[in-house]
Design a protein around this ligand. Structure first.
Ligand SMILES: CC(C)(COP(=O)(O)OP(=O)(O)OC[C@H]1O[C@@H](n2cnc3c(N)ncnc32)[C@H](O)[C@@H]1OP(=O)(O)O)[C@@H](O)C(=O)NCCC(=O)NCCS
Length: 288
């Protein structure tokens, strides 16, 4: 417990309790098939592409294991918001599809095993329209982070698809990438030495950006994923300095979180990027 409290408890970043919201709202995993169906329906109705997410097979995660889990926000027993959280399956699938046959299979298996235990994903958060702007989305988001941390994961990925979701992620302490940069990952050892090449995920399309947050401290992990962006500088950050853009285009910015949950970036020269792991790629190949 201590390890994740170090990061999640820091500077008001993740507090599963309402800040100033309505304390009649209760956020918890769904506990009946009926609740699960309503939560799923809300997510699919409100978020494009949600239909292809992996929902819990048995509707309810009765054993509270690290698997796809539907979370609900309830007001007087009425579902007013929902989220889906679980292992980073979409990322694992993209990594597998792209690196299979390129990386030695043992390395890929190892990487996928690491994804399966270290990385969580929140494929969607939605609030019913007449209860938006009341802090419910933020509570759901924070609940998902806390749930993932309690289930031993180190990183949380999500894909905010609009401005409200971007702000929501930032408010919950996530680093949200601008649309003109790529998400990059690499496996490193306990001494921060690279164990794999840098894997690039294409800039998301259709205004769908990447967001990431470190949930727990990394102490004691022999190998872990680090995450960052390439190029290091985004025009959409408001940079209109061409020199900065030129210099940034040769660099990766790795994100590093301190124990208070604050993220900073560490700039390193970009090596030749080894693979493009595009979330889109998988969908293209599924259609063809
Ligand atoms: C995104 C969504 C879940 C936010 O839920 P919500 O309960 O309204 O959000 P909250 O009231 O908790 O707001 C939290 C923060 O998000 C940001 N935010 C929420 N709605 C926003 C909007 N319309 N525009 C800009 N920022 C917004 C704000 O920064 C807000 O904090 P602040 O008011 O203190 O500045 C909700 O708008 C929604 O269900 N949208 C449709 C589904 C969707 O697009 N989901 C996200 C894709 S994964």
């Amino acid at each position: 417990m201590e390890a994740f409290e170090d990061v999640l408890g820091g500077v008001g970043m993740v507090d599963p309790v309402v800040d100033d919201g309505d304390d009649r709202i209760i956020v918890r995993p769904v506990s009946t098939k009926g609740e699960a169906k309503k939560a799923r329906r809300l997510l699919i109705q409100e978020i494009a592409d949600m239909g292809r997410a992996t929902f819990p097979k048995d509707w309810i995660n009765a054993d509270d294991r690290f698997g796809p889990t539907l979370v609900g926000a309830f007001l007087d027993d009425r579902l007013v918001g929902a989220a889906l959280v679980g292992p980073a399956q979409e990322y694992a699938a993209a990594l597998s599809a792209t690196c299979r046959g390129v990386w030695p299979s043992r390395l890929l298996d190892d990487a996928l095993q690491l994804v399966g235990t270290e990385i969580a994903e929140t494929p969607g958060v939605a609030v019913v329209p007449d209860h938006r702007g009341e802090g419910i989305g933020l509570r759901l988001k924070r609940y998902c982070d806390l749930w993932a941390a309690q289930h031993g994961t180190y990183l949380m990925f999500s894909r905010p698809t609009n401005k409200a979701a971007r702000r929501l992620n930032e408010k919950a302490g996530h680093k949200v990438l601008e649309g003109d940069v790529s998400f990059v990952t690499q496996i490193i050892d306990a001494q921060d030495r690279p164990l794999t090449g840098v894997v690039r995920i294409d800039p998301a399309r259709d205004g769908s950006f990447q967001a990431v947050r470190q949930l727990t401290v990394a102490d004691g992990l022999m190998r872990r994923f680090r995450v960052g962006q390439y190029p290091a500088v985004s025009r959409m950050d408001g940079t209109d300095d061409d020199h900065a853009i030129r210099v940034g285009s040769g660099q990766i910015a790795w994100y590093e979180w301190d124990r208070s949950g604050t993220v900073r970036t560490v700039l390193v020269p970009a090596p030749r990027l080894e693979h493009d792991v595009s979330m889109g790629l998988r969908h293209v190949s599924m259609r063809s």
